[in-house]
Design a protein around this ligand. Structure first.
Ligand code: CUA
Length: 332
């Protein structure tokens, strides 16, 4: 009996130490959304459970190793035990209850995490190999940076133009896949202003690792100022070249095409207009308007020598393509 009391006390002490240590390690980033509070509450509960279970196993093993060590010269047989029905029922029923309680708490937690709010602001998220685009239908703003007003529930409506991507801002905790051909939803309410990053957490090709863009949470006044500023910038775009340049920024073309001659996943745009382009298969083509237009509309029609046919199929209008071509022609 004395051994049980000692082990019991040691288990409690070890659980406390294990939990304190894990909590002090700050395993999670800051809590920047109301959803993160829910998730972390559940996570904390699991840390307590894990610390206790770890101690419940490790302490008796270590205690037995030390206290019941075989004495030198002792060749007697150990005591034979044939099983203990009440003990087996106990260690089956208690964990069963614990698992059911965790399932109940987890279900409630999940329900609060995905709960909809009637006054949510919609932000459309479009993922493409390998960039994010954010559009704000209420304001007619399109951006490569995700600006969010603090305290406002946000409903992300997310689409992919090519393969499966996954929207993940660690500080918001929740995460959602973007699947081609359907619109997936994710709800977050930012509660802490700051600069974060959205990352893609689904392996989506060679550029997956650099599919990350800024997320900026600001107060409501600063958000309104940003919207006004973005709207003014969009209204100031009058020439086709300027509109083309804005499209390039919105669609993350720079992830693959440089504008200064530097190497990339795709051919550089610097000096391409009017030049002779060597193609796979040994032929050469003059990069006139028709070639540039075709290369945007149907990227796999003519593949430039030395590059893989990996450019995604974008759905630009003819006018947008003309603007893009006009912009590319300025790069020389
Ligand atoms: Cu998109 Cu990984």
């Amino acid at each position: 009996m004395r051994h049980f009391v000692i082990v019991g006390v040691l288990v409690i002490a070890a659980s406390f130490l294990a939990y304190t240590g894990l909590a002090a390690a700050h395993l999670m980033p800051v809590e920047a959304s109301s959803q993160s509070l829910e998730i972390d509450w559940m996570w904390n509960l699991q840390l307590i459970g894990m610390s206790f279970l770890f101690s419940l196993i490790a302490v008796p093993i270590l205690y037995s190793l030390i206290v019941f060590k075989l004495k030198k010269g002792d060749t007697t047989d150990a005591k034979h035990i044939e099983g203990n029905t009440p003990l087996e029922i106990t260690w089956t029923v208690i964990p069963l209850f614990v698992v059911v309680i965790f399932a109940y708490l987890g279900a409630g937690n999940l329900a609060r995490t995905v709960r909809s709010s009637p006054d949510a602001m919609v932000v459309k998220v479009t993922a493409t190999q390998w960039s994010w685009k954010f559009s704000y239908p209420d304001y007619g703003v399109i951006s490569t940076e995700l600006y969010l007003p603090k305290g406002k529930p946000i409903l992300f409506k997310m689409e992919s133009t090519d393969v499966i991507h996954s929207f993940w801002v660690p500080e918001f905790r929740v995460k959602q896949d973007l699947v081609p051909g359907r619109v997936t939803e994710l709800r977050i309410t930012p509660i802490l202003d700051g600069n974060y990053k959205v990352r893609c957490s689904e392996l989506c090709g060679t550029g997956h690792y650099r599919m990350e863009q800024p997320v900026i949470v600001v107060d409501k006044a600063a958000f309104s100022a940003w919207v006004t500023d973005q709207q003014a910038k969009a209204a100031a775009l009058v020439t086709p070249e300027a509109k083309g340049e804005a499209l390039v920024a919105e669609n993350g073309c720079a992830a693959c095409h440089s504008i200064n001659g530097a190497a990339g996943v795709g051919p550089t745009w610097f000096g391409v207009a009017g030049s002779q382009v060597a193609l796979e298969g040994g032929t050469t083509v003059t990069a006139d308007d028709a070639y540039l237009t075709e290369s945007i509309k149907n990227p796999k029609a003519k593949v430039v020598k030395g590059f893989a046919p990996v450019m995604p199929q974008y759905s630009f209008t003819d006018e947008e393509i003309a603007n893009l071509v006009a912009y590319i022609k300025t790069l020389k």
